[in-house]
Design a protein around this ligand. Structure first.
Ligand code: PLP
Length: 455
């Protein structure tokens, strides 16, 4: 129960309705109010320090309180706080950022379209795919395949792509023309005795079967996160993406890489697509693009797509899509400075080097009685808690143990995220060995206390 009537935690309950929160539990518990951030740490309204082990929402790559980003925002605010990109208008920050993004992008990307969130960017991707196939005279080629446990956002269309039950239940989702195929999690879904590669081949076969059953002339695109994030940090088998891509190419199905979490170094390489050999036709990035200092997402697409849709805009007279804040000058200026910092400080290299330390540290928990699987790549990882290590039996009800562990972590000054009973780690890319050791130590204490609680 919130016990300080005039505290921000109490006032929050009176006025805010929170995303991804049990509203009744919130009335009881109150909010955790974060007041400040510095480096890998944040501080609540009582002054307590936490390591931000999820980089906010998988996003604050350069850490909190980076003065160069503050200055980039201030300078752009002063010069041109807003201008739009409708009707042939543009401004320098968005031009420079697009040049930079296209130079670093995976695959051969030709143009950039900006939105303020990953969800809007994925909605835009769906609309572009539909527009593209209408432009090419194939109005029946509209279905988009995503994956069970994939996460692509929460708007009506992007929420339909997302393959998690609570994003659909009672929202009347998914909408039509969105299909879901299997999740590439070998440990959980592999058959007895099936190798990772056999599992990857089976999933590619299932995808092919789905396309054939639906009719290849009706299937337009496949979308996936190279490494799944919010679905539980699912690291695919090594050759999974190559096999999936081969099937997509065979049936003229576009490959869309949702790099919203993976992009800008998270997997220890610049893109998740680089790590897994994906050559996408479209790329969506956000989060680490600005280190979440400003809301911004970018949708990059190939010249082939551009040429088809450009002709169609000429036929119709305009491209009837765009947001007031598309390519917002302050957001794009901050993104540019953020990308410069990532490059100058070699934060992708740091993610690779420190990532090894993180992965080794997480693997040390593999023998713990509550731990079913330890997985991860680069600077993203997960520990899945189970009721029975040998049979991999999950806890029932799902999430209660994970939530307890998450709360113990916070007691010990560590913020991570429990996705049900999957404990996700995704620290800022600036973290060093000392920070990682502290993070792992605090998690270890929380895990032991959780084991005592479970009994
Ligand atoms: N795609 C992925 C892979 C994400 O992880 C997220 C958010 O976590 C989104 C899309 C949606 O982004 P937003 O929350 O900015 O709408």
């Amino acid at each position: 129960m919130v016990d300080r009537p005039n505290s921000p935690a109490f006032r929050d309950v009176a006025v805010n309705f929170h995303p991804y929160t049990n509203a009744r539990k919130h009335e009881d518990k109150g909010a955790m109010v974060i007041r400040e951030g510095k480096g890998i740490h944040v501080y609540d309204d009582t002054g307590k320090e936490y390591i931000e082990g999820l980089a906010g929402l998988w996003s604050v790559a350069v850490g909190f309180g980076e003065p160069r980003l503050v200055e980039a925002a201030r300078a752009q605010m002063e010069k041109l706080p807003f201008y739009h990109s409708f009707a042939h208008k543009s401004h320098e920050p968005s031009i420079e950022l697009s040049e930079r993004l296209l130079a670093m992008a995976p695959g051969k990307m030709s143009k950039v379209f900006y939105t303020s969130s990953g969800s809007e960017a994925n909605d835009t991707a769906i609309k572009l795919v539909w527009y593209y196939n209408n432009a090419r005279g194939r109005p029946e080629k509209k279905k988009i395949i995503s994956r069970i446990k994939g996460y692509h956002g929460i708007t009506i269309a992007s929420g339909s792509l997302t393959g998690l039950p609570y994003n659909h239940k009672d929202f009347d989702l998914p909408i039509k023309n969105i299909l879901h195929t299997a999740c590439p999690h070998h440990w959980r879904f592999g058959w007895e005795g099936e190798s990772e590669e056999e599992f990857a081949s089976r999933l590619a076969g299932e995808l092919e079967q789905l396309i054939l059953t639906e009719g290849p002339e009706t299937v337009a695109a496949f979308i996936g996160e190279p490494v799944m994030g919010a679905g539980g940090v699912i690291v695919p088998p090594r050759t999974y993406w190559q096999k999936i891509q081969t099937v997509c190419r065979k049936y003229d199905v576009l490959v869309i890489a949702d790099e919203v979490i993976n992009g800008f170094g998270r997997t220890g390489q610049l893109w998740g697509s680089t790590t897994y050999g994906i050559e996408p036709d479209m790329v969506i990035c956000s989060k680490q693009l600005t280190s979440s200092y400003m809301p911004l997402a970018a949708l990059l697409f190939s010249d082939e797509i551009y040429q088809a849709i450009a002709d169609n805009t000429a036929k119709i007279g305009t491209f009837g899509h765009g947001f007031t804040a598309s390519g917002h000058p302050v957001a794009t200026a901050v993104a540019l400075e953020n990308l410069k910092i990532i490059e100058e400080r070699d934060l992708v290299g740091n993610a690779a080097r420190m990532g090894e330390h993180l992965q080794a540290g997480l693997r040390r928990f593999a023998d713990h009685p509550l731990v079913g699987e330890v997985r991860g790549v680069g600077m993203i990882g997960c520990i899945e808690l189970v009721a029975d290590k040998t049979s991999k039996q999950a806890f029932d009800p799902a999430g209660a143990v994970g939530t307890y562990c998450y709360e113990r972590c916070q007691e010990h000054g560590l913020i991570i995220r429990n996705l049900g009973d999957q404990m996700a780690f995704c620290p800022p890319l600036i973290i060093d060995e000392t920070g990682l050791n502290q993070l792992l130590e605090r998690f270890g204490q929380a895990l032991d206390e959780t084991a005592q609680w479970v009994g």
